[in-house]
Design a protein around this ligand. Structure first.
Ligand code: ADP
Length: 517
C-alpha cells in the first residue's frame, strides 16, 4: 500500500475539517497504512468510519468496505462524496445498479478515482464482480459491523461467514474489522473467522457515563410509562416493544394520554414509517414507540430516555438500544421493565429453533435475566459482559444506576438454595423449573403424578412461601451458576460444580438475593 503517513492531521483537516483525532483514530490509521491487520472495538458514535475512510482517501487504489445494510451504505457514500469535490470517490456496488451504472463504477475504479467501494457480502460473491476486483488495485478491506460474523453477536448474518475466503481470492491486502459489539466471545469469533488472530486490537471503553440505568418490575407498566414521560415533558424518547401489535397499541395509548407519540415498525407502510421517523428527528414528535427495526444508523443527539417496555433478547441489543440515549453527552435515562414471564415466552420461542441457535439464545437470555435481577452496579454488569472491569465506586458514572443510588437490601437465601439443590439431586436432575415449583409448593400436576412425587417427603416443603419466591430462587441460582439449564432437554435444571460445592461442603452465606424478592 502506498502510505502517505506523514501529516495525517493535515489530511484530517483537509477532508473532514476536524482539527484533532478522536480516541485512538490516529494510531489505528497509522498502523493500517503500515500494512497491519487491525481490529477496532469502539462503541457507537466513537468515530469508527473515519478509521477506514481517511486512509482510503489517501491511499493508492480502492478500499473495499463490507457493510451489511444497503440503506446505511448509501448514506455513507453520499457523505464521503460530499467530502471531496469529485463525485465517484465512493460508490456502492450491488445488484440494484443497471448496466450503465455498473460500468461507471468499474470505470471509476479502474481510473483510480474511486477510493471507497461499499459492498454487501452477498454481492461480493458474484462472479463478475469478483473477476473484476481481482484485476484492480485494492488498498485494503474494511469489515464494518464485523459482529455480523458471529452467531454470538446480536445480528448474525450467515453471508459474513465466507468473507475470509472471498477476501483471499481478491487481494492480499490488510484488513480492518470494526464493531461496536465487544463481548470476548464475539471478539474471538471475529478474529478466528477472519483469520486475523494476529491483528492489532484497539479497544475503547464502552462505558457511557452519562446514561442512568434502571430496571423496574413490570407492573402497571402503561401507567408507569405515562407518568415517566409526563415527568420528562417535551423531551425526546424511544420506547421499544417486541411486537408490532404492541407498538401500535401503545403508541395509541400514549396519544390518548396527550403524549405526542408515533409508532415505528417494519410492517408499517414505507411512507408512514419514513414520515414518522422524520417527525421524530425533526422534533415534531416527542416519543417514538418502536420495534428494534428503529434506530440503526439514526443519529439524534438529544434522545433523553430509552424505555424498554419488553426486555430484548440479549444484553448487546440492550446496550445498543439504550446507547441511542444521550449521544450529546447530556442526560440519558435507560429504563427497562422486567417480567420473568416475558423471558419465559422468549425461551419458548427459542425451543422451536435449531439446537445451536437455541443454545446460544438461552445463554444470551440468561445474561439478560442476570442483568435484570442483579443487585450490583448495572454499569459494572454490562461492562463486565463486554470484557471490561469497572470500578463500581470510583468509575466514571458509578452512581448512575438504581442499584447504586438506591441499593437494594440483600438477604442470605443459602438455606433455601440448599433445600432446592437437595430436591434436584434427590429427584435425579430431570425436571424443569415449572415442575420443581409444583413439588416445592405441593401442587399436583401431570408430572408430579406420573413420577409419584406426592408420596415423597419433600412434596410441599416450601408451601408457606409464595411460588414467585421459589421461582426467583431457581432463576437466581441459575444466574449465579449454582444450577445449569440443560440445553438438549431444554430447560431441565442440573446442579453445577458450584452447586455441588454448596451441597458437599455445607457452605453457608454464599447465595444472596434482594430482600424484596
Ligand atoms: P461510529 O461508526 O463509531 O458509530 P461514526 O463514524 O458515525 O461513529 O462517528 C460518530 C461521529 O463522530 C460522527 O458525527 C463523526 O463525524 C464524528 N467524528 C469522527 N471522528 C471525529 C474527529 N476526529 N473529530 C470530531 N468528530 C469526529
Amino acid at each position: 500500500m502506498s502510505a502517505k503517513k506523514a501529516n495525517l492531521s493535515g489530511e484530517l483537516k483537509k477532508y473532514f475539517g476536524f482539527s484533532t483525532f478522536k480516541g485512538q483514530q490516529e494510531q489505528i490509521i497509522e498502523n493500517l497504512l503500515e500494512g497491519k491487520d487491525i481490529f477496532v472495538l469502539m462503541p457507537t458514535g466513537g468515530g469508527k468510519s473515519l478509521c477506514y475512510q481517511l486512509p482510503a482517501l489517501i491511499s493508492e487504489g480502492t478500499a473495499i468496505v463490507v457493510s451489511p445494510l444497503i440503506a446505511l451504505m448509501k448514506n455513507q457514500v453520499d457523505a464521503v462524496n460530499g467530502l471531496s469535490s469529485d463525485d465517484g470517490v465512493a460508490h456502492v456496488l450491488n445488484s440494484s445498479l443497471n448496466k450503465t451504472q455498473t460500468k461507471q463504477v468499474f470505470d471509476d475504479i479502474k481510473s483510480g478515482k474511486t477510493k471507497l467501494l461499499y459492498v454487501a457480502p452477498e454481492s461480493l460473491i458474484k462472479e463478475d464482480y469478483l473477476d473484476f476486483l481481482k484485476e484492480v488495485k485494492i488498498s485494503f478491506f474494511a469489515i464494518d459491523e464485523a459482529h455480523c460474523i458471529s452467531e454470538w453477536g446480536h445480528d448474525f448474518r450467515p453471508e459474513y461467514r465466507n468473507l475470509k475466503m472471498i477476501i483471499d481470492k481478491i487481494a492480499d491486502v490488510p484488513v480492518i474489522a470494526l464493531t461496536a459489539t465487544a463481548t470476548p466471545k464475539v471478539q474471538d469469533d471475529i478474529q478466528k473467522t477472519l483469520g486475523m488472530t494476529n491483528a492489532l486490537v484497539f479497544k475503547e471503553s464502552f462505558n457511557r457515563a452519562n446514561l442512568y440505568y434502571e430496571v423496574r418490575p413490570k407492573v402497571n407498566v402503561d401507567k408507569e410509562i405515562v407518568k415517566f414521560i409526563n415527568q420528562h415533558k417535551g423531551k425526546s424518547g424511544i420506547i421499544y416493544c417486541l411486537s408490532r401489535r404492541k407498538v401500535e397499541e401503545f403508541a395509541q395509548l400514549l396519544q390518548v394520554n396527550g403524549i405526542n407519540a408515533l409508532p415505528y415498525h417494519a410492517g408499517l407502510d414505507q411512507k408512514v414509517r419514513v414520515a414518522n421517523q422524520d417527525k421524530f428527528l425533526m422534533e415534531d414528535a416527542d416519543v417514538i414507540v418502536a420495534t428494534i427495526a428503529f434506530g440503526m444508523g439514526i443519529d439524534k443527539p438529544d434522545v433523553r430516555f430509552v424505555i424498554h417496555y419488553d426486555f430484548p433478547k440479549s444484553l448487546e441489543s440492550y446496550y445498543q438500544e439504550t446507547g441511542r440515549a444521550g449521544r450529546d453527552g447530556g442526560e440519558g435515562h435507560c429504563l427497562a421493565f422486567y417480567d420473568p414471564k416475558d423471558i419465559e415466552k422468549l425461551e419458548k420461542f427459542l425451543a422451536q429453533k435449531p439446537v445451536s441457535e437455541r443454545e446460544i439464545g438461552l445463554q444470551l437470555l440468561n445474561e439478560v435475566v442476570g442483568y435484570a435481577e442483579t443487585s450490583m452496579s448495572r454499569r459494572q454488569y454490562i461492562l463486565y459482559y463486554f470484557g471490561e472491569i469497572f470500578d463500581p465506586i470510583k468509575g466514571e458514572g458509578a452512581k448512575m444506576c438504581d442499584n447504586v443510588s438506591n441499593p437494594p437490601k440483600l438477604k442470605d437465601a443459602t438455606k433455601d438454595l440448599k433445600k432446592v439443590l437437595e430436591l434436584i439431586r434427590e429427584t435425579g436432575e430431570k425436571f424443569k423449573a415449572k415442575d420443581l415449583i409444583s413439588v416445592i409448593a405441593g401442587k399436583e400436576s401431570a408430572v408430579t403424578k406420573s413420577y409419584k412425587l406426592e408420596q415423597t417427603s419433600y412434596f410441599g416443603f416450601g408451601k408457606e412461601k409464595k411460588d414467585n419466591y421459589w421461582k426467583t430462587i431457581l432463576r437466581q441460582a441459575t444466574v449465579q451458576n449454582f444450577l445449569q439449564k440443560d440445553i438438549e432437554t431444554y430447560g431441565v435444571l442440573k446442579i453445577s460444580e458450584k452447586g455441588l460445592q454448596v451441597l458437599d461442603h455445607d457452605l453457608d452465606h454464599v447465595f444472596l438475593i434482594a430482600e424484596d424478592r
